[in-house]
Design a protein around this ligand. Structure first.
Ligand SMILES: [Zn+2]
Length: 323
């Protein structure tokens, strides 16, 4: 059995939150540093420096007088005059007071990402952009629900089957929850549209802000291999995202090479851990009856368990020839 430390597993969603908050913090520091630098340069000019010094001194004396219970009206008048003098001098050298304030990207939250206890709009759009960039669907799975064109399917039973499958896929998206296991097994011959359905679901859910990984079984197998040959304490990092992403889609299961102690063990670990954490997994495969033969009963049982898995067996013509 694979040994995982399982101590530092961080949910993918929380990981993204942390990344964005760190990015915002860096942005904020950069802006503050830039404003400070600008101020340092401006107030190195003797005229501005003198004026600034006079204002500070006046303020100090005013606070002192206030503390001692003395009349402060003269200091207040002085403050107005000195400020006006400083403003004129600033203008003379091409500055205004705003130049020394950090220019935050988001004036609503000053680039903190939060307003009170809620996340700011700027945080939410950064989150969505990050989810999309991690899923990388434009490259790995660009097909969306809008791309499904039923007019290109001439076989009536295949037409009906796909229409119904897309309907079910849309319902799946509507009902999707990151806290409930809703698996899907899309099985059948190559080119019958399984990957397109999975891709459409992935795009729909990513656009709604759910975290999704769409990975070919071959690539997943490569990751499992790297994980297996790494130090036990490093293994979590390889698997973390696969265990915690809201939806994991394994495309074309069955085409990857089979390695003893790797393929079955890791696949079982991923599927079981995801079930335990109430996460959903979609698998597309050319195998249907041969699942037990290739992966053993434990995996085949979980992939076809109708208690939490919607199974669609694709048939018919290779749709790729119609394109
Ligand atoms: Zn904001």
């Amino acid at each position: 059995m694979i040994c995982l430390m399982m101590k530092i597993i961080i949910n993918m969603r929380n990981k993204i939150y942390k990344i964005i908050l760190n990015e915002l913090q860096t942005l904020r520091k950069q802006e503050e540093l830039y404003a400070q630098k600008k101020s340092d340069i401006a107030f190195a000019i003797p005229e501005l420096k003198e004026c600034d010094k006079a204002i500070r001194l006046n303020n100090f004396e005013m606070v002192k007088a206030e503390f001692e219970g003395k009349d402060t009206s003269a200091f207040k008048q002085n403050e107005i005059e000195l400020s006006s003098m400083l403003n004129k001098s600033l203008l003379k050298y091409g500055y205004n007071y705003l130049d020394f304030e950090p220019q935050y990207t988001c004036p609503k939250c000053n680039d903190t990402g939060k307003i009170g206890n809620t996340y700011c709009e700027c945080f939410n759009s950064r989150y969505l952009a990050k989810v999309k960039s991690i899923a990388n669907l434009e490259v790995v799975a660009p097909f969306t629900f809008k791309d499904f064109d039923a007019s290109k399917i001439f076989d009536i039973s295949q037409f009906n089957f796909l229409e119904e499958t897309y309907k079910k896929a849309k319902i799946y998206c509507k009902m999707f929850s990151p806290k409930k296991t809703q698996n899907m097994l899309l099985a059948g011959p190559a080119g019958t549209g399984k990957t397109c359905v999975a891709s459409a679901i992935a795009n729909e859910l990513v656009n709604r802000g759910f975290t999704v990984i769409f990975i070919s079984s071959y690539e997943l197998f490569q990751k499992m291999k790297s994980c297996h040959f790494s130090l036990p304490e490093d293994r979590d990092q390889y698997l973390e995202d696969f265990l915690t992403v809201d939806l994991l889609i394994i495309d074309d299961l069955g085409v990857e090479p089979y390695l003893n102690n790797i393929t079955e063990e890791y696949l079982l670990l991923i599927i079981c851990e995801r079930e335990v954490n109430c996460k959903s997994t979609i698998v597309t495969t050319n195998l249907s009856d041969q699942l037990v033969e290739k992966y053993g009963e434990r995996i085949a049982y979980r992939l076809t368990n109708q208690r939490n898995t919607l199974i669609r067996i694709f048939e018919g013509n290779d749709l790729r020839s119609y394109r």
